[in-house]
Design a protein around this ligand. Sequence first.
Ligand code: SAH
Ligand code: TRP
Length: 328
Amino acid sequence: MEPTLEGTVEVHSYLGPADDRTLADDVLDGLTRPLKELAPKHLYDARGSELFDAICELPEYYQTRTERLILRTRAQDVVARTGAVELVELGSGSADKTRVLLDAMDDAQTLRRYVPVDVSETTVHAAAETLVARYPGMSVHGVVGDFERHLGHLPAALGPRLFVFLGGTIGNFPPGSRRRFLRGLRKVMGAGDHLLLGTDLVKDPRIIEAAYDDSAGVTAQFNLNVLHVLNRELGANFDVDGFEHVAFYDRKRQWIEMRLRATDQQHVRVEALGLDVEFAPREELRTEISAKFTPERLRNDLAAAGLELVELYSDPDELFAVSLSRLG
Ligand code: SAH
Ligand code: TRP
């Protein structure tokens, strides 16, 4: 099969029954721990993905607009330095900021293919359709899958590739998994490939906490949505109104944690797992961490994975960083 025809779209899904197991296993594991916890990828069903897009528009959520500004300023430089003909995006979501990079590749007349990778099937299809229409000379090869497990399914490179991982999503891994993820990514990268990575920076905790606890309550809805996912997918009976959204910055670990706190005693039955779970009054369930970086930490994490920092781009207020690296 010749997958490189201009203007063609294909989407391959690698999620299947084994991944329903993943949800079930994650939940069984997470809800029976001393500090209850859920893996963040389950936040992004169709509704969760919509709510996340709404978060990106919030006045308090400085990340999206800041990262877009950095990309606008630096896209040409990135394209010139990498000579990329192909953009592979992990956790692509709505791929809104990605257009800035695709525009620059298009202007440089190098653009041949876009490869979005996301667990959210609806967003991969939507981004694929929108972008193939916008760039007539480009093909799209979408991958619906887990970027921790399915990077082996990326199509063979057409030439130098730019891997991009935006939105500070790398901060959502705990530190050990973060390094494992970067090592896995490095393994699929070739000598001519680059990684463009968006990371939120350490700053005044008040700015960070506001970004994860907005006044319109959208982040709270996004966080609580995961309980609807468990009710629907696993036949659980969470009383969603009996939980509240909590976000706090851990200064020592330099990450923000999102939790759901039971306002009162809760008994929850998770039918698909045959599991009964008790929440004591004010007991919390951790749904997400979002690590904030210093340039040193970033450089160390990249180096530990065998990646060498080429450029570190930031905004004038140093709120956010976009780094370019390659095989070290
Ligand atoms: N890149 C976009 C979206 C970031 S939100 C932006 O910068 O705004 C994080 C995205 O990663 C979501 O679309 C979510 O569905 C996806 N995601 C989260 N965990 C994932 C995993 N394990 N594998 C693949 N995609 C994942
Ligand atoms: N990658 C985003 C971040 O860390 C995800 C995110 C934003 C998020 N707001 C959230 C996750 C609220 C859970 C709850 O900024």
